[in-house]
Design a protein around this ligand. Structure first.
Ligand SMILES: *Cc1c(COP(=O)(O)O)cnc(C)c1O
Length: 364
């Protein structure tokens, strides 16, 4: 008998549904050679230098990791030109979303979350017992003025996913500057830049540029996307040392494993691989945009490695049909866009497989 008394704010959380691994989908549908364009992963695999660094670290797995991630912190602070005390690593940037919420929120507090966006923010806020204040996007972009209009004495945190997942739209530097100046400095701004490496628009608000003047800002980055290490689980936050210090107090002491630290160091040293990834993604996005344009299919141009496509019919049905054709995409029904799918740019042959599947479905 399950007799535990679970707080209401935990009972009310809808679980995060992750994209299924390729192998599981293939087993379930009895297909082979499928392509996955559903989780915004790096289609090139991990950097060879990251793999080599992990190999070396394997022989020291009997030892606990460096709990302070000394070398990675030093190297990354040089790479980003930020103080060592501003950095904190997490078991993916997911963990940092949780730690920030845990450090700053309690029941009665409010956190403003644009909708739709990355689903982890709402889960992390609810887990603390604080109240998520959900605010619709305007024209698929984050509406900073609307956020300012919803700030109350209870507001403690605002989440800005930039570029926003799943729409791929960005917040621009000039509007972000006015936003930060208008916001009470007691409200924390969490900027999630999981896709920053892919952004081409020069107007993009790079959160780190605002850190020296705004100590209520926390910028999250990850090795999961452009650096190709989603399976390794390592991300980082850059913020005022006072805020980083709070998170260090509550994080598990070995939250970045020794393999994760080694892999991140290897990946960081392979900027050539990063550039190759970014170029592959840009070329793939341009190719997909052109092919959809030729077909008269509407899509939302994006600054990330993924974008939304208006399929003009039930996205859940399209998702199922695509699966049977061996192409895994993400239906946006649970994000409130029941006729949109999201795909990420893959290898050229994967992009072609997607277009072929789309053509098959459209001519049915
Ligand atoms: C993929 C993604 C992340 C990355 O999470 P990790 O835990 O670092 O793998 C964070 N934020 C957004 C918006 C994402 O799409």
């Amino acid at each position: 008998m399950f007799r535990l008394l679970v707080p209401h704010h935990i009972q009310n959380i809808d679980p995060y549904v992750t994209g299924k691994p390729l192998e599981e989908v293939e087993r379930e549908y009895g297909i082979a050679d499928s392509v996955k364009l559903a989780s915004n992963e790096n289609p090139l695999g991990p950097s060879p230098k990251a793999m080599a660094a992990i190999q070396v670290a394997v022989s020291r797995l009997n030892r606990y990791p460096d709990g302070a991630a000394h070398e990675l912190t030093r190297r990354l602070s040089l790479h980003l030109d930020i103080p060592v005390a501003s950095l904190i690593f997490g078991n993916g940037s997911d963990e940092l979303i949780g730690l920030l919420s845990m450090a700053l929120l309690q029941p009665g507090d409010e956190a403003i979350i644009p909708q739709p966006t990355f689903l982890m923010y709402e889960i992390a806020v609810r887990a603390t017992g604080a109240t998520p204040v959900l605010l619709p996007l305007r024209d698929m972009a984050i509406d900073l003025d609307a956020i300012l209009g919803r700030v109350t004495p209870e507001t403690r945190m605002v989440f800005i996913c930039n570029p926003n997942n799943p729409t791929g739209t960005i917040v621009e530097a000039h509007s972000f500057r006015s936003f930060l100046e208008a916001l009470p400095p007691s409200v924390a701004v969490v900027v999630d830049e999981a896709y920053a490496e892919f952004v081409r628009d020069a107007a993009y608000a790079r959160g780190m540029a605002f850190l020296p003047e705004h100590r209520n800002l926390a910028v999250l980055r990850t090795f999961s996307k452009a650096y190709g290490l989603a399976g390794l689980r390592i991300g980082y936050g850059v913020m005022a040392p006072e805020l980083a210090e709070l998170l260090h107090r509550i994080r598990p002491p070995f939250n970045a494993s020794s393999l994760a630290q080694a892999g991140a160091l290897g990946a960081l040293s392979d900027q050539e691989f990063l550039q190759k990834t970014v170029k592959l993604v840009h070329d793939g996005m341009d190719e997909l945009y052109a092919a959809l344009g030729d077909r008269g299919v509407r899509y939302i141009p994006s600054q990330a490695n993924f974008f939304l496509i208006d399929v003009g019919q039930s996205a859940d049905v399209v998702f199922e049909k695509m699966l049977r054709l061996g192409v895994i995409v993400r239906s946006m029904t649970s994000y409130g866009y029941p006729e949109f799918i999201r795909i990420n740019a893959g290898l050229p042959e994967e992009n072609q497989r997607f277009l072929k599947a789309l053509d098959t479905i459209r001519t049915e």
